[in-house]
Design a protein around this ligand. Structure first.
Ligand code: PRX
Length: 649
């Protein structure tokens, strides 16, 4: 923790939408009169039929029911495109920067309108109707945004699957969502290397049941396998449809998208976001947290496969008529100066990235930053995991040259938008702290028994009442939604994060307190990695925990018991890493594998992860009570193994 404070610069307090007094006043109103506050805020969207009431929500056990603006109707694509045409038709909506620095494109709002309508007609032509799910498995190319907006045009529900997921992961998500149309590309390009998206999608569809259509974007032009009748080239389909597709009238509480995310148990869950509240919240947070003004060039480096890409590359910025930059590549290609070169090339003024990227670029040395100008930058943002104060200071001093406030934004797939963050004209910064809640957000800390903690405290982070961007349910499993988020502390939304509140009321997220780990800002359930490991024929049992990792934030530590007669050697370790990559995707690659003849279990057979976590963190002195273990000797053996390994390293 750092106790440094960076006060709001005077010019920010003056120029930003919200200064400290306005924050206090508006926040107070947002929690004392949520109905009035959100009814007013809802006017930032264009409604087809206006709502008569903003909030109708309950967190009560057995009756968790969240509705916002429920009798209003609107269309997301009309809000993100059509309403801007009269005033900013020729303004650039999307700047696309390719993986190859020589490839780029700018797309105006008018062009976006034409492309989205045509795309929507292709979906219609292939039978997609309001409420149908469409799976999108695309690289970071403009077609990803067109596909999302085309779905919203006709009320279809998109489910984006990150391009780094394996065929099996894709298949599970297609089947759970019951999508009949899959949109992909021949290949993606990252760091100069092709990513075989069509091949993966073929492998996924080979295992799916039911009739499917695959719309394929031609990105690299390299040859791909083709299933006639099922596969369709998007560019050919676009020629066969009209360029006009009027927006459908969609209910505020109709689903907008499903996005699969990892939890502590079972398969990834399809987090459902609905239309009105989500769009309002994404748009409002984008405007105030990033203090977006006309003329800004805004760049969020996330992938549209994650929620950050949904809310802060596409929906929030476009609802605000912003210019949003979409980057296909990686931070280190062709060199570790790429981010800063792109900032200079497009005169980016607002830059939003993840701590893992900041740490890796910090490791590459200051010279790679300093050879760029970065004079266009005025605000920096961070998201996805706690940012350590060293990385914060480097981001602030080296990248931002002490000139740009940093907004450290805490939120989750389930929250739809930013929940805790500084507002740059209102909040003094403390490196490593998400600082204060956004309007309408009521964070609180509870102990393990659910007792609310007052003042300076450390505990589990809960939210006491609903906000418009909140997820409404888990796709096809409302019961799981209630159990996951509302049963630990009845009447409150439980985030799964631990958190500290300091004497100034600032929030400091300490990381997950459940069996979810955060690897390079990617959220992963340890149970998913375990089930991939035990599907290997030589593995009898596996337990996976996170451990501190200098670059990734957390690394994946796997304790493995082999079936009798098998030997754990380096060859098998490699094989297991390859196996997990195949099962889930490269983002789940184990960092450390420790073979062990046994795992610490309670007498009822439950693996004691708390102990495994401590061993992985080299915190041997703090193992806590081991007396309930069936065989306490297992722990000594694990520690000896771990120490030997460190000695060898
Ligand atoms: O642990 C928190 C961490 O990321 C989790 C949410 O992951 P996901 O749903 O994938 O969404 C990531 C992007 C919004 C949280 O439970 N997290 C996210 N942002 C921060 C963070 N931890 C600390 N500080 C943050 N700014």
């Amino acid at each position: 923790m750092s106790d440094k404070v960076y006060p709001v610069p005077a010019e920010w307090a003056e120029r930003a939408y919200i200064n400290a007094d306005q924050y206090r006043e508006l926040y107070e109103r947002s929690v004392s009169d949520p109905e009035g506050f959100w009814s007013d805020a809802g006017k930032r969207l264009e409604w087809i039929k206006p709502y008569s009431r903003a909030k109708n929500t309950s967190f009560q056990p057995g009756n968790v029911d969240i509705r916002w603006f429920e009798d209003g109707t609107l269309n997301v694509s009309a809000n993100c495109i059509d309403r801007h045409l009269a005033t900013r038709g020729d303004q650039v909506a999307i700047i696309w920067e390719g993986d190859n620095p020589n490839e780029s494109e700018t797309i105006t709002y008018r062009q976006l309108s034409e492309r989205v309508q045509r795309f929507a007609n292709v979906l219609k032509k292939h039978g997609v109707k309001k409420g149908d799910r469409v799976t999108i498995y695309l690289p970071m190319i403009p077609e990803a945004a067109y596909a999302m907006l085309a779905c919203t045009r006709i009320g279809a529900v998109h489910s984006i699957v990150f391009g780094g997921f394996s065929p099996d992961s894709l298949q599970n998500r297609i089947e759970d969502a019951e999508s009949s149309v899959i949109i992909t590309a021949d290949e993606g390009l990252r760091g100069g290397k092709p990513v075989p998206l069509k091949k993966n999608a073929d492998a996924a569809l080979a295992k799916c049941t039911g009739d499917k259509k695959m719309l394929v974007v031609r990105r690299t032009g390299n040859p791909v396998a083709w299933t006639p009748g099922r596969d369709l080239w998007l560019h050919e389909e676009l020629e066969s449809v009209s360029g006009e597709c009027p927006p459908e009238e969609i209910g505020a509480e109709d689903p907008l998208f499903v996005l699969y995310t990892s939890g502590s148990t079972g398969k990834p869950k399809g987090v459902v976001h609905t239309t009105g509240g989500y769009l309002l919240y994404a748009s409002m947070t984008h405007q105030y947290v990033f203090d977006y003004h006309d003329g800004d060039i805004y760049w969020c480096t996330a992938d549209v496969g994650w929620v950050t890409g949904h809310s802060y590359i596409v929906y929030g910025p476009l609802a605000n008529g912003a210019t949003t930059l979409m980057f296909e590549g990686v931070p280190t290609y062709p060199s570790a100066s790429r981010f800063w070169d792109v900032v200079d090339k497009w005169k980016v003024s607002i830059f939003y990235t993840a701590p893992t990227a900041i740490r890796s670029l910090m490791g590459a040395g200051d010279d790679l930053v300093k050879r760029s100008s970065r004079s266009s930058l005025r605000l920096l943002g961070s998201v996805g995991e706690p940012i350590n104060p060293e990385a914060w200071e480097w981001y602030y001093n080296v990248v931002g040259e002490g000139r740009c406030p940093i907004v450290d934004t805490w939120w989750q797939t389930e929250t739809g938008g930013i929940m805790i963050s500084p507002l740059p004209g209102a909040t003094d910064l403390k490196p490593g702290s998400g600082t204060k809640p956004f309007f309408g957000v009521q964070p609180a800390l509870v102990d393990d028994k659910g007792q609310l903690l007052e003042g300076e405290a450390q505990g589990n982070l809960v939210i006491l009442d609903s906000w418009p961007g909140q997820s409404r349910t888990i796709y096809k499993d409302h019961d799981r939604f209630e159990k996951t988020y509302f049963s630990a502390y009845p009447g409150m939304y439980f985030s799964g994060d631990g958190c500290r509140r300091d004497a100034d009321g600032y929030y400091w997220i300490t990381g997950r307190v459940d069996d979810v780990i955060n690897v390079s800002g990617h959220r992963m359930g340890t149970a998913e990695v375990e089930s991939a490991l035990v599907s290997h024929p030589k593995v009898a049992e596996a337990a996976v925990v996170g451990y501190p990792h200098d670059l990734k934030g957390q690394g994946i530590y796997c304790y493995i018991t082999l079936i009798i007669g098998e030997n754990g050697d380096d060859g098998l370790k490699k094989d297991l890493v390859a196996h997990v990559r195949r099962e889930i995707g490269p983002i789940a690659s184990p960092d450390l594998i420790q073979f062990s003849p046994g795992l610490p279990k309670t007498r009822s057979g439950k693996i004691m992860r708390r102990i495994l976590r401590k061993i992985a963190e080299d915190d041997f002195g703090n193992l806590g009570d081991t007396s309930t273990l069936a065989d306490p000797a297992v722990v000594d053996e694990l520690i000896t193994n771990r120490q030997n390994k460190r000695g060898a390293a």
